[in-house]
Design a protein around this ligand. Sequence first.
Ligand code: CP
Length: 303
Amino acid sequence: MGKKNLISITDFTKEEILRIMEFAADFEKNPYQPLLNGRVIASLFFEPSTRTRLSFESAINRLGARVIGFADTANTSVSKGETFHDTIMTISNYCDMIVMRDSREGSPRYASEISKVPVVNAGDGANQHPSQTLLDLYSIRKTQGTLDGINIMMIGDLKYGRTVHSLLQALSHFNTTFTFVAPPELEMPVEYKEYLNERGLKFIEKREIDDTINEADIVYMTRVQRERFSDPMEYERVKNVYVLRNSMIADTKENMRILHPLPRVNEIDTDVDSNPKAYYFKQTENGVYVRMAIISYLLGAKK
Ligand code: CP
């Protein structure tokens, strides 16, 4: 296999997605597989992160590789004015893979075009978050027993929430039914709705969390992405638009599970946390196994 990147979830076929699911299940059974002894992976976070960076770094360590990199650019030569191009050209000489996050949409794609080593997009602006999508799929498969025919309700910031964009594209392989709940300012962008239309997939749009929540297999909550708003007043207007409370899920299906990529702000009340349908903290654990799977797959280290 030549250099293989993961920039958009559409870089992976359905078969590759399913292979990542199998690898991740194997890593969950045995999370200490030193398949990458002696390798070095760069973790470059130009934008803040807790889960993605630390679960990637945990995955790298569990695979026996070593991590170099930075969690912000303050102590790098970016602060002296070095360009993104020169930063990537330099670091790709030091490692076997680059995992990177950036607020600028498209910068991981650009990095992959100039880097000697594979690049994994750990989130670029409001665009894509493909490793999150793979762990979301893994969480859906684990809790529902299948990826096929799921009814998913996506709630919140569907405009700027990159996780829902890549998840929608991935789920389009699996005959999914979608309900989008968002205010007009934050509704699912038209290009993603066209993506579903072109594939003959059903979706409905709502402004409120109503009784259709009782038909959902997965309720996927999202945070209103304050950092993407150019107008702070607009953020203030919509920031608490939906708050999921325990009382609202009393009549939901037995198999229903609540996912959230996290961090949460106010969109899930803490009274939901002890409900067995709350899956969002277990979801973060799945991220380690899935990221072990992604890294070992892209580096051809696991068969
Ligand atoms: N889910 C997610 O991307 O979380 P972080 O921003 O903490 O990495």
